[in-house]
Design a protein around this ligand. Structure first.
Ligand code: GLN
Length: 222
């Protein structure tokens, strides 16, 4: 059977919102638009669940807690192996982005990252919870016609530096004229299997465009 399984890491954080968005993509677009491929969505807490997957979404939450739980439960090594296999597709959002990154520029000792994405990341780069915001972003350079995506940033990280320009491509820089945040890198991809966003597309109510993009381009490669 032509099936792909997408796991959402459920150790900690905002995983259920990703599950719901992915399930709604499957209900809405499904076989007809996904080249006849059946997509199965599962939550991942164990090695057995992980190794069934073709792709893994690592959600937002708290990267310190996520990495600690992964280490304490002995899951870190499997996660490391899984994400470093280029056959698998990985999407990190917010804390998930931090967890997959190679280097942190601040609070380094608090997170043991998976060292997958060749970038340097700054945690909590926009300040505290109170400085969280939602901004309409034009993603049409990589998602057809998507000129008005409501991207929510919650104690979000930014990508301070791309460490390998051959593999990492900047997808989006913040467009905030007259603000010190203008031009900050908040979405990248690495090769054709790793996606990372500072913001939370799973919190865009009734907007499935980002999850559909992940399924099409990273899981199905269409
Ligand atoms: N919304 C989020 O995922 C916040 C990330 C959190 N600030 C961290 O460092 O892990």
């Amino acid at each position: 059977m032509n099936q792909k399984c997408i796991g959402v890491l459920a150790l900690q954080g905002a995983f259920i919102e990703h599950v719901h968005h992915l399930e709604r993509c499957v209900d809405k677009y499904g076989l007809q638009f996904y080249n006849g491929v059946t997509i199965k969505i599962i939550t991942v807490r164990t090695k057995e669940e992980l190794w069934q997957c073709d792709g893994l979404v690592i959600p937002g939450g708290e990267s310190t807690a996520m990495s600690l739980i992964a280490q304490r439960t002995g899951f870190y090594d499997d996660l490391y192996k899984f994400v470093h296999n280029s056959q698998n597709s990985i999407w990190g959002t917010c804390a998930g982005l931090i967890f997959i990154s190679e280097i942190l520029s601040n609070e380094k000792d608090l997170v043991k990252t998976l060292q997958l994405l060749h970038v340097k990341v700054k945690r909590n780069a926009f300040g505290r919870q109170a400085q969280s915001f939602t901004q309409e972003c034009d993603f049409s350079s990589f998602i057809d016609g998507c000129v008005d995506f409501p991207a929510t940033f919650i104690r979000a990280p930014v990508i301070e530096e791309i460490l390998d320009n051959d593999t990492v491509e900047i997808l989006f820089r913040l467009n905030k004229p007259d603000s010190p945040q203008d031009g900050l890198i908040v979405a990248v991809k690495q090769n054709d299997n790793v996606l990372a966003t500072s913001f939370h597309p799973e919190l865009a109510e009734d907007d499935l465009r980002f999850h559909d993009y992940f399924i099409r381009h990273f899981i199905l490669k269409i």
